[in-house]
Write a protein that binds this ligand. Structure first.
Ligand SMILES: Cc1cc2nc3c(=O)[nH]c(=O)nc-3n(C[C@H](O)[C@H](O)[C@H](O)COP(=O)(O)OP(=O)(O)OC[C@H]3O[C@@H](n4cnc5c(N)ncnc54)[C@H](O)[C@@H]3O)c2cc1C
Length: 243
């Protein structure tokens, strides 16, 4: 991306072709961590923004679909499974009943024999340097399987039902997918991260909390700011700010 004196130029790859587009305004809606390598001369355009980006920290996420015999747990769509007071980053946090939508929750009878429980595992900081190698993700999946069995088997035992039977684990790697919100992120980092550079606007959930609502909100604010600036034909270099 090149921030021009007026407008923004974006180069992108389509198949084997490198294409170039120019627009009066553009919205950067990619995780902020990539901005220094994507926006040309970010260091001189907005050194404070670059510094704020460099202070962001990210974590990998591993999400695992446990394919099970039967439907041992379908009491709720989601289940938070951490209540250990330590909140060590070495454990899974929550599970989703993966076939909830197939059966509209519990409206339709579960006549087949294949359940899915999806486990969410944000990975500790040290995994950033180790990388999500096959060895690492398999180890994490095995640990998660133990945690899942411990938890769900307790619940099943109370109901006099047989223990879980795990048939397969499908592993999804989401590198650098969640930013860790530190104290001061919303009050100090966010205003710097979200301010525009000339005609390049910023969205993405990294400007606030790591949630879908944040991403939608930020995209909407960026679009409204562009429209408001177009309407006012403001040429003062600042433009209105609807934040
Ligand atoms: C495991 C996990 C579970 C989550 N669960 C929840 C939840 O339950 N509720 C909730 O609210 N949020 C949840 N989130 C967070 C949610 O996914 C994010 O808040 C949301 O997706 C952020 O949207 P975004 O548009 O900012 O970024 P993204 O959804 O990350 O979109 C960024 C896009 O930019 C693209 N991109 C990257 N690099 C380039 C490039 N060089 N050129 C062009 N495009 C590029 C990517 O392919 C991607 O499509 C979860 C996240 C994870 C990882």
């Amino acid at each position: 991306m090149v921030v021009l004196p007026q407008g923004v130029r974006i180069c992108f790859q389509s198949g084997s072709e490198i294409l170039r587009a120019e627009a009066r305004h553009a919205v950067y809606a990619i995780p902020m961590g990539y901005a220094p390598s994507l926006i040309e001369q970010l260091d001189s355009l907005d050194p404070e923004k670059l510094k704020a980006i460099q202070q962001l920290s990210y974590r990998h996420y591993q999400v695992m679909n446990f394919h099970l015999q039967g439907h041992p747990w379908h009491d709720s769509y989601g289940l938070w499974i951490r209540d250990d007071a330590t909140y060590s980053t070495h454990g899974v946090t929550d599970l989703i009943e993966g076939r909830w939508f197939d059966f509209e929750g519990n409206k339709k009878p579960r006549l087949d024999d294949r359940g899915v429980l999806t486990l969410y595992n944000p990975l500790p900081e040290e995994y950033l340097s180790v990388g999500l190698t096959e060895k690492v993700v398999i180890e994490r999946a095995e640990t998660a399987a133990i945690q899942l069995e411990e938890l769900v088997n307790q619940l099943l035992q109370k109901r006099n039902e047989p223990p879980l039977k795990i048939l397969a684990i499908e592993i999804n790697r989401w590198p650098y997918s969640i930013h860790v919100v530190k104290p001061g992120h919303l009050t100090q980092a966010s205003p710097v991260l979200s301010r525009r550079i000339r005609d390049l606007y910023f969205a993405s959930n990294n400007l606030g909390t790591p949630a879908v609502e944040e991403a939608l909100y930020r995209g909407s604010v960026a679009a409204k700011n562009i429209l408001a600036r177009e309407d006012s034909k403001s040429e003062d270099g600042k433009g209105p700010n609807l934040d």
